[in-house]
Design a protein around this ligand. Structure first.
Ligand SMILES: [Zn+2]
Ligand SMILES: [Zn+2]
Length: 402
């Protein structure tokens, strides 16, 4: 409900979009806290999707549910314009035990909104309500609420279920909050903006034995240590220094006693890059090094290298357009002049392979990092980000665009 307080608070705001959103902002923040308290993992966003679909239906959207399981697409047509815009928010949470101590902390053990997808969903709903009640545009608006971003599967599944055939758009946009960037500050990057992500599981198999008689065994721990050291040469010696590449060993497991040489060692790696050539080179060198290093110690390496998803590539024209909208709506002080690409990954990359568009960033202020058990989305960025989606829609589907 819109309280008297909100009416008094908003009376002095001159910008109509800001005033419109401020009138029901309390309700959206309450909704954000509710989503935060009941987080749902990838493809299990049933409660979230139900809430999203019900609100959009109440506001007059044509709502389609059940795309990629829990995905929701809402359509709003106005005027006779023939352009269409898609805006996407993600809905899923992570398998993390929350440690924020917030009064609306997760009540779902081991599951947490540690990436702010509760915030992204709330921002898009705040914009959706304004656009339905007072939006000035001519054309078709499509809001895409996507499941399973965190496991890199939701966007792909929506596409495979005909997302853009059933709901065509001329361009698609999305955003992510970013800790460490001042709250409400916008960042735009043309070209590669987020990295590809690939994984490998490498098992180095030796011959187990007594820790006191190493000469009777083949020590896979030593071979692994040598591989990890050699791995550092891939980025420094095999990749063009002008390019970005990351190869990280995030997990290593072997043995359980100090006096036993284990049979094998298992390592888990993640690799990041901005371009396909670098990505292929990482794979080629890492596989070759693991095998050669293991062999040089008389062990063998079993490499399971899995390609995840590609780098997120923002289209130049749509990114310029998105930046101009922010400059016009907020002025230059709120747009970071030289926002750098990020080495994290995002499955919006698949949507940008299917349609032109841009993925942008909004500062979350001085919060804990994404995927931290202490992270929380900053409610102060809901209003400016929602206002931005409204402006983007109204500009893209301007009345005189026909
Ligand atoms: Zn995430
Ligand atoms: Zn995220």
């Amino acid at each position: 409900m819109t309280t008297m307080n909100a009416i008094i608070k908003t009376a002095s705001i001159s910008d109509p979009v800001e005033r419109g959103i401020a009138a029901y902002l309390d309700e959206i923040i309450e909704l954000r806290h509710d989503l935060h308290q009941y987080p749902e993992l990838a493809f299990q966003e049933h409660r979230t999707a139900k809430k999203v679909a019900a609100l959009l239906g109440d506001w007059g959207y044509e709502v389609t549910t059940g795309i990629a399981g829990t995905g929701v697409v809402a359509t709003l047509r106005r005027g006779d314009g023939n352009r269409s815009i898609g805006i996407r928010a993600d809905m899923d949470a992570l398998p993390i035990e929350e440690a924020t101590g917030l009064d609306y902390a997760s009540s779902n053990p081991g599951v947490m909104h540690a990436c702010g997808h509760d915030g992204h969903t709330s921002i898009l709903l705040a914009a959706a309500r304004y656009l339905a009640e007072s939006g000035s545009f001519s054309g078709t608006l499509r809001l895409i609420f996507q499941p399973a971003e965190e496991i890199g599967a939701g966007a792909r599944k929506m596409l495979s279920e005909g997302l853009f055939d059933r709901f065509p758009v001329d361009a698609v946009f999305g955003l992510h909050n970013w800790p460490g960037v001042p709250a409400g500050q916008f960042g735009f990057v043309a070209g590669p903006a987020m990295a590809s992500v690939d994984k490998a599981v490498i098992r180095i198999v030796g011959k187990g034995g007594h820790g006191a008689e190493p000469h009777r065994s083949v020590d896979p721990v030593l071979a692994s240590a040598s591989f990890i050291t050699a791995l550092q040469s891939v980025v420094s010696r095999n990749i063009d220094p002008q390019e970005m590449a990351v190869a990280t060993v995030g997990s290593i497991h072997a043995g359980s006693a100090s006096n036993v040489i284990p049979e094998s060692v298992e390592m888990k790696l993640t690799m990041r890059a901005y371009n396909e050539e670098v990505r292929a080179r990482l794979q080629e060198r890492i596989v070759a090094l693991a095998r050669a290093q293991a062999e040089s110690f008389g062990a063998m390496a079993d490499v399971d290298y899995r390609l995840g998803f590609p780098a997120l590539f923002n289209h130049a024209e749509e990114t310029d357009f998105a930046r101009d909208v922010a400059l016009q709506a907020f002025g230059p002080s709120v747009v970071e002049a030289n926002f750098r690409p990020r080495t994290a990954s995002e499955d919006f990359a698949f949507l940008l392979q299917a349609k032109p568009g841009s993925y942008l960033f909004v500062g979350n202020g001085d919060s804990a990092p994404l995927h931290s058990a202490r992270y929380d989305f900053n409610d102060a960025i809901i209003a400016p980000a929602a206002r931005y989606w409204v402006r983007l829609t109204e500009t893209f589907l301007a009345n005189d665009n026909g």
